[in-house]
Ligand binder design. Structure first.
Ligand code: HEM
Ligand SMILES: *[C@@H]1O[C@H](CO)[C@@H](O)[C@H](O)[C@H]1NC(C)=O
Ligand SMILES: *[C@@H]1O[C@H](CO)[C@@H](O)[C@H](O)[C@H]1NC(C)=O
Ligand SMILES: *[C@@H]1O[C@H](CO)[C@@H](O)[C@H](O)[C@H]1NC(C)=O
Length: 395
């Protein structure tokens, strides 16, 4: 392996590590919200930074009678909107089955609320209307913290004795559309899907480690895919195309071939690692899915595997099949690069990292395309010059 490759990998791994450490959840509430929780004698507070930005302050008043006091707050920036928080006393932290408190921002600006039972019929499109719920709720207040532009839900809940406060499922959500007292469906993004947690109310720790790791797993999935499929594979293609016959000559001892193989092997290993993480993420999210992104991902993995296997199944140099094999290997390779590019953009959109990741990836792609063009034009000019000189010699 040449030194430039080592430098390349070294810098990439540092990039991966730094992104890993920077995305570990910071659960500290904002100063203003913390102040509000303290003034209500609530002792614990959590901010779901990567999940809607909802803040949740609470206190278990009395561990034997299970009295829970909560303050939930979030910004509702659109003209109408709603903020929901609730408990799901079923086995899983999920939307269906949540006994919810929902506050709705009306068109005239007032914030009105009620209790709602989110059943499976809501998920398939039935109207969500106020009903009494299976929780004993008192002191229910739907309020506004004008200075930080938060809408809040405040309540005291007498939990049933059967509930284990060290393992309770809570669910929250924000939506933009509401008509009267009827909240309409929320957006369908990762942040909306992630807005559940199994929590130990006595300490505030998340019980479901797997779900807490989900965000990091997604970031890792994205970085591995972008570096493996999206950067190293196309560089390998450039090496195979332009380092063999020119403009750069790297063919004395077949160096181009070794470099190409090394690139494609490294790209494949990184990409496949990302893909495995992606499959894990897909299996984990039982209640939602991103079918198109997943289907493209499976195609990419399958065809990249075929391309890698091609190294072993290549016909001998003099074989007539060799031409067909080359055509197949090339066309599949280029098609693969396009699908990879499309799917990376899809992934960035799903991850809602358009402001930071998109420009980075566009920079990578445009550098690669730029190099392609420069080499292609150099080759073309060289070809023309050669033609001219040979025709002059003939005349
Ligand atoms: C207003 C009516 C609502 C409708 C029509 C609705 C519809 C949906 C649908 C269709 C999904 C799944 C998307 C997919 O599979 O791709 C979903 C997921 C989800 N919704 Fe809602 N929703 C509504 C209200 C709520 C409320 C009030 C909450 C919170 C209390 C909530 C919390 C969630 C959560 C946490 C998920 C993630 C998956 C899960 O936990 O089941 N939704 N919603
Ligand atoms: C908070 O606790 C203090 C001291 O125990 C008490 O005087 C005060 O009334 C409490 N405030 C609220 C909002 O419960
Ligand atoms: C706003 O409209 C709701 C009904 O949608 C009404 O109950 C409430 O009193 C109104 N608030 C103001 C400030 O006009
Ligand atoms: C409550 O949940 C915690 C955490 O999972 C567990 O350690 C504890 O045994 C449970 N307590 C009861 C009474 O089920």
């Amino acid at each position: 392996m040449s030194p430039s490759f080592l430098v390349f990998f070294f810098s990439n791994s540092i990039f991966v590590l730094s992104l890993f450490s920077s995305t570990i959840h910071a659960h500290r509430c904002t100063q203003d919200f913390l102040f509000e929780t303290h003034s209500r004698n609530l002792t614990l507070c959590k901010r779901y930074k990567h999940r809607n930005g909802v803040e949740f302050g609470w206190k278990v008043e009395n561990t034997t009678t299970n009295i829970l006091k909560v303050l939930v707050g979030a910004r509702l920036d659109s003209k109408t909107g709603w903020l929901a928080w609730g408990l799901n006393l079923g086995p899983e932290p999920r939307m269906v089955g949540t006994q919810a408190l929902i506050g709705i921002k009306q068109t005239n600006g007032s914030f009105l609320g009620n209790t709602y039972n989110v059943t499976q019929y809501i998920k398939i499109g039935c109207n969500l209307l106020p009903t009494p719920i299976d929780l004993n709720v008192t002191n229910l207040i739907f309020g506004r913290l004008g200075h930080i532009q938060y809408h809040t839900i405040e309540a005291t809940i007498y939990l049933p004795q059967t509930v284990n406060i060290s393992r309770i499922n809570h669910v929250w959500q924000v939506g933009k559309v509401a008509i009267g007292m009827e909240p309409k469906i929320h957006e369908k993004t990762i942040r909306n899907y992630d807005s559940t947690e199994t929590i130990d109310l006595q300490t505030g720790t998340s019980i479901s480690i797997r779900s807490a790791r989900r965000h990091q797993a997604r970031v890792a999935h994205g970085i591995f895919s972008i570096i493996g499929w999206g950067t190293i594979l196309p560089i390998g293609v450039i090496i195979a195309r332009y380092f063999k016959k020119g403009p750069i000559h790297w063919n004395e001892h077949d160096q181009w071939k070794h470099a190409h193989k090394t690139c494609q092997a490294c790209g494949y290993i990184l990409g496949a690692t990302g893909w495995v993480i992606g499959i894990w993420l897909g299996n984990y999210s039982k209640y939602y899915s991103f079918p198109k992104h997943g289907a493209y991902g499976i195609c990419i993995f399958t065809f990249a595997t075929l391309q890698t296997l091609a190294l072993r199944l290549k016909p001998h140099t003099n074989d007539e099949l060799r031409t067909y094999w080359s055509m197949y290997h090339l066309s599949l390779g280029y098609a693969l690069l396009i699908v990879i590019c499309v799917n990376i953009f899809k992934g960035i959109k799903i991850l809602q990292e358009e402001e930071t990741w998109k420009p980075t990836y566009i920079a990578i792609i445009s550098s690669i395309v730029f190099i392609f063009f420069v080499f292609e034009i150099t080759n073309w000019i060289k070809h023309k010059v050669d033609q001219l000189t040979t025709s002059k010699q003939i005349s």
